[in-house]
Design a protein around this ligand. Sequence first.
Ligand code: C2E
Ligand code: MG
Ligand code: MG
Length: 740
Amino acid sequence: MKNKEKFINLYLTVIVPLGIIALLWAIDYFPLEKVNIELIGLSIITIFFSSYLRIQLPRTKIHLTVSDSLIIISLLLYGGQVAVLLASLESLFTTLNLRRKGIKIKNRTIVLNISVAAFSAFVTAATVNVIFSSPLEAVLSETNSEFIKILLVMAGTQFVVNSVCAAIYIALKSGKSIWQVWNDYCLNALVIYIAGALFAGASVNAFSSINLFMFAAVSGVSALIYITYKRYVDDVKSTAALAGHAERERAEQAERHIAELRHHITEQERISDALRESKDLFRHAAFHDRLTDLPNRNQFMETIKFLLKESRKKPKYKFAVLFLDLDRFKTVNDSLGHSTGDKLIKKVAERLAACVAEGDQVARFSGDEFAVVIKDVNNADDVLNFAELIKHKVAAPFIIEGRKIFTSVSIGIALGGSSYTEVEEILRDADIAMYHAKESGKHYVIFDKTMHTRAVKRMQLETDLRLAIERRELSVYYQPIIDLNTMRLAGFEALMRWKHPQRGFIPPGEFIPVCEDTGLIVPVTLWILREACRQHVRWAKKNPDMPLMISVNLSGKHFIHNDLVAQISDVLAETKINPANLKLELTESAVMENAERVILMLRDLKSLGVQLSIDDFGTGYSSLSYLHRFPIDTLKVDRSFVSEMESGSENGEIVRTIVSLAKTLNMNVVAEGIETIHQLHQLQILDCEYGQGFLFSRPVPLAEAELLFEDKARWQNIIPNQNAGTSTRERELADLSLAN
Ligand code: C2E
Ligand code: MG
Ligand code: MG
C-alpha cells in the first residue's frame, strides 16, 4: 500500500514537471501574431465543447474526445505552443466540469491530466518538428502522402504518450502490469487517434484550400467514423453491462442459494435441537414420576441393577433397599379427595428426598409406595437408624390447605449384596418385609427368609380364595344369641366359613384379612348379608310372633367404599327383611379410624332402619367422648373379658363397667365367648342382657341352626331350676348349687 503511493508520487514528480516545462515553453514562445478570430473560435470549441463529443474507452475511465483532433488541427494551423496551451486548458476545463457533476477527482489527478495533455501535445509537436519541417508549412507544401505521414506521426505520438502515461498511472493504482493495462484498455484507442488525426488533416486541408465540398465530405466521413466507433463502443459497453448484469444476477442467485442453504441448515439444526429436547423429555418422563418428579420404578431398578453388578465384583459390598408404604393413605384419598392425596404424596416425597444422603436415591413406585436405596451400608444398624429417621419425619403433621394431616409409614428393608442376582428378588423381599411391618404394627422390619415362606403361603391363600368364591366353598354358619333373662333364643350371628378342598376349614381370622387386602371383602360381605337376610325372612315367616335378630359382620375396610349404604339398602329391598331385625356388627377400630366420616355413614345406615352394634368392644381404642355420638344400639363385650371373668377380677370390673356404660347410653349388651356356666352366671348377675358362646352352641351350619330355631327354649335347662324371670338372688343360688 505504501509502495503503491510511493510509486504514484514518483510518477507524478516525473510527469508534472514535464507538463510544466511544456506549458512554460508554450507560454514563452506563444505566437501572438497568429491570434485571430479563427484561433479564438477554435480555442473556444476545443476548450469548452470538444469534451462533450466523447467516448469512454470500454472497461476504463479513459474518455477520448474530439479534442484530440482539434488539438492536431491547432498544431497544424498554429503550431506546438497553441496546441500545448489548448490541450492543457481543455484538460483543465473537462476535469473541472466532471468534478462539478459530482465525480470525485482529486486535485492531484487534475494536475496530472493537465501535465499529460501538455506533455503529449508538446512531444507531438516536437516529434513532428524533428521529423518534418513546420507543420503549417508542411500542410501547405507537402504532398498528400507526406501530409498523411505527418498526420500518422502525430496520431501515433499522441497515442503513445497519452496511452503510456495513462497505462502507467492505472497500473500503479490497480497493481496490474503496465503492459496488461495498456493492452487491455488503451490499444483500442489507436484507431480513434488515427481517425481523429485524419479528420484533423482533412479538415485543415479542406479548410485551407477552401474546398467546402471536401470539408463537408471529410466532416461526413469523420462523423460516420465517429458514430460507428461510438456505436461499437456503446455496443461493447452494453454487452459488458449485460454480461455484468448477468454476472450480478448469477452472483445474486448464488447468494440467494447460499442464504437458502443457510436457512435450511438453521432449520435442520432447529429441528434436531427440538428432537434432542423432546428425546430428553421423553427419557425424563420414562424414568421419572410425573407427580413428584422423583425417579420412578424403572429408574430405581436400573440403579439396583448397577449395584448388583458392583456387589458381584466386590462380594463384601452391601446396600439396602427400603420399601415404603403410607398407612391408611386410601382413607385420606377417599375422605379428603384425590387432589389432597396428591399434595400429601408430594410433601412426603419432599421429606423423603431431604432425608437421603447424596448418591442415595428415593423413588416413587406408585400411589403411596416409595422406595429408597442406600448405597455403601456397613451394618444393619445404620439402615435401622435411617428407617427410624424416616418414620419420625413422616409422622410429623403435614399442613395441606390449612388442614393438619397425619400419616405414618411402614418400611420393609432388604439388605442387598452378592446373595441376590435379580433386581426383582430384592424388591420382592423388601415388599414382603413391608407387609410384615404393616401387619405387625412395627414401623420397619428387616426381611428374613421365613417371611418369604409366609408370603408365598399367603399368596397361595389369595389365589385359592378367589377360586373359593367360584367353587362355592364359602358357607354361612349361625351362632345363636341367647336372651340371658329368659334363656331363650334371641337371634343368630352369621359367621363365614371356608372349607378349603385340601386344608379343610380355614379360620376366618386367617382368610378375612386376605379378603380385606384384596378387596374381595365387598362381594363376600354382600353375599353373606344376602344369605343371612334370606334365611331370616324364612324364619320370620315360620314364627311371626317372636322375631329373631340376625347379626352380620361388616369389615372396617368396607367403610372406605362410599356406596356401602346403597349396597345394604339394595340387599334389604331385595330380600324384603324387616330392617329392624338386622344388626350390623362393626369393630371399634373400623369406627374410630375415620370417626367423622363413619358417623355420617352410620346415620345413613340407621335411617334404613337397621340396628348397629360395636363388636369386640373393649379391645379397640373407643373414645368414650365419641361413643355417644355413634348411633349404636348394642355393645358386644369382647370374648377376652368374658373368658377370664372371675368375680372381683379386673376383667369382671371391665364387663361391669361396659354393661353400666351401655345402660347409661341406652344401649343393650351382648357378651360373647361364654363357655362356662360360671361366666353365664356372672353375666346374669351383672344384668347383661344377651350372651353368645360355646356354652350355648358353637357356630353351626344351617341345618343345625334350624334345629336350634325349632327349640328356642332349650337353654333354659342349662342351669337347673333356671326359669324365665328368676331373680338375681335365685340365680346366684342356682350357680352355687351348680358349682357344688
Ligand atoms: P366375631 O364377629 O367377634 O365373631 C365371634 C367369634 O367368636 C366367632 O369366631 C365365634 O366362633 C367365636 N366364638 C363365639 N363363641 C365363642 C366361645 O365361647 N369361645 C371361643 N373361643 N370362641 C367363640 P369365628 O367364626 O372364627 O370368627 C372370627 C372373626 O372373624 C369374627 O369375630 C369376625 O370378626 C370375623 N368374621 C367371621 N365371619 C365374618 C364375616 O362374614 N364378615 C366379616 N367381616 N367378618 C367375619
Ligand atoms: Mg361379630
Ligand atoms: Mg366379636
